[in-house]
Structure formats: structure tokens, C-alpha cells
Design a protein around this ligand. Structure first.
Ligand code: HEC
Length: 157
């Protein structure tokens, strides 16, 4: 092969390397999507959604309503905290996803009106996964470990 031939081979090899690097960057950059551990970008997005759509009821730091264990006059629940003092961390990822997407009515007792709205119209499934990833930042190591265990049989859809 003459010099020109080697230049062509060299250029082709460089092009292949460039494609491999580009694909690797794309794959790494998409961390935190479905089936992967939440990445910092997903948690940051979840925090934005939480502060915009959830904090008005559940509190900016996930502290919930004062005296949240007492009922409202109509028998409905107050907004519970999402931090260690609540029971959000008792539920698997799949149930949390359903509550955020479809609201609390499906889990309320007969004759009870839920005040937890469903967000299926406002938030994409990806955004719901992000806000759930953010809720986990309210928990301690023990709560996270427990909830990860529960989620093994109740994963995110
Ligand atoms: C209008 C007030 C309100 C808003 C806004 C709201 N929630 Fe709720 N949420 C509640 C109430 C009240 C409950 C208690 C359960 C019920 O009444 O059905 C609840 C329950 C929950 C639960 C179940 C907690 C448990 O311990 O079982 C989760 C999870 C939750 N909310 C997440 C969210 C997320 C995430 C957002 C924002 C995307 C949000 N909520 C926005 C009022 C609200």
C-alpha cells in the first residue's frame, strides 16, 4: 500500500475512535434513567419538580403538615412528611410511583377523600422517577436501605 493508502486507513481508524468516544459520552451522560441508580442530574431535576409541585403541601424540607397524624375535619389526611419521621420510606418504588402518578384516592379508605393529587397529566414518567429519586435524599442510610429492600419486589415501572 502506498502512502495515500495508509492515510486513508489512518483517517478511517480515527473516525472509528471518534464514534466510540461519542457513544461512550452519550451513555455516561444519560445516567439515572430507567433501571439505573439515580444520578446527581436526576436528583437535581427531581428537586426542581418537588419545590414547584409538592413543597406547598409536603414542606420545602419534606417536613409535612404540623400535627400531620391528626385528621382534617372532613376525615381526610393532612400532608405527611417525606423525611425519616413519615412513612414514605415504608413504600416500594412501584407504589410511590403510582401514588404520584394517580394520586392518593386509590389508597384512601372507603368514603375518604384523598387530598393527594395525581400528577399523571403534569409530569412525565421520567419526571415522576426524578421526584422519587429526590424524595430519597430526605432519608437516612437505614431508611434508604429498608426502602431499597422493599423495592426489590415492587420496582419502578
Ligand atoms: C394539595 C396537597 C398535596 C400536594 C400538592 C402533593 N401532595 Fe402528596 N400527599 C398529600 C396528602 C394529603 C397525602 C396523604 C395521603 C392522602 O390523603 O391520600 C399525600 C401523600 C403522599 C405520598 C404517600 C406518603 C405516605 O406516607 O404514604 C407520597 C409519596 C406523596 N404524597 C408524594 C407527593 C409528591 C411527589 C408530590 C409532588 C409531585 C405531592 N405529593 C404533592 C397532599 C399533597
Amino acid at each position: 500500500m502506498g502512502t495515500a493508502g495508509w492515510i486513508v486507513v489512518g483517517a478511517a481508524a480515527l473516525a472509528v475512535i471518534a464514534v466510540v468516544v461519542a457513544v461512550a459520552v452519550l451513555l455516561l451522560g444519560s445516567g439515572g434513567s430507567r433501571g439505573q441508580a439515580p444520578g446527581p442530574e436526576q436528583v437535581r431535576r427531581g428537586e426542581e419538580i418537588y419545590q414547584a409541585s409538592c413543597a406547598s403541601c409536603h414542606g420545602a424540607r419534606g417536613e409535612g403538615d404540623p400535627n400531620w397524624r391528626t385528621r382534617n375535619a372532613d376525615g381526610s389526611f393532612k400532608s405527611p412528611p417525606h423525611d425519616n419521621s413519615g412513612h414514605t420510606w415504608h413504600h416500594g418504588d412501584g407504589q410511590l410511583f403510582n401514588i404520584v402518578k394517580h394520586g392518593g384516592q386509590g389508597y384512601a379508605g372507603p368514603g375518604l377523600a384523598s387530598r393527594m393529587p395525581g400528577f399523571g397529566e403534569q409530569l412525565s414518567d421520567q419526571e415522576i422517577r426524578a421526584v422519587i429519586a429526590f424524595l430519597k435524599s430526605f432519608w437516612g442510610a437505614e431508611e434508604r436501605r429498608y426502602q431499597a429492600e422493599v423495592s426489590r419486589s415492587d420496582p419502578l415501572p
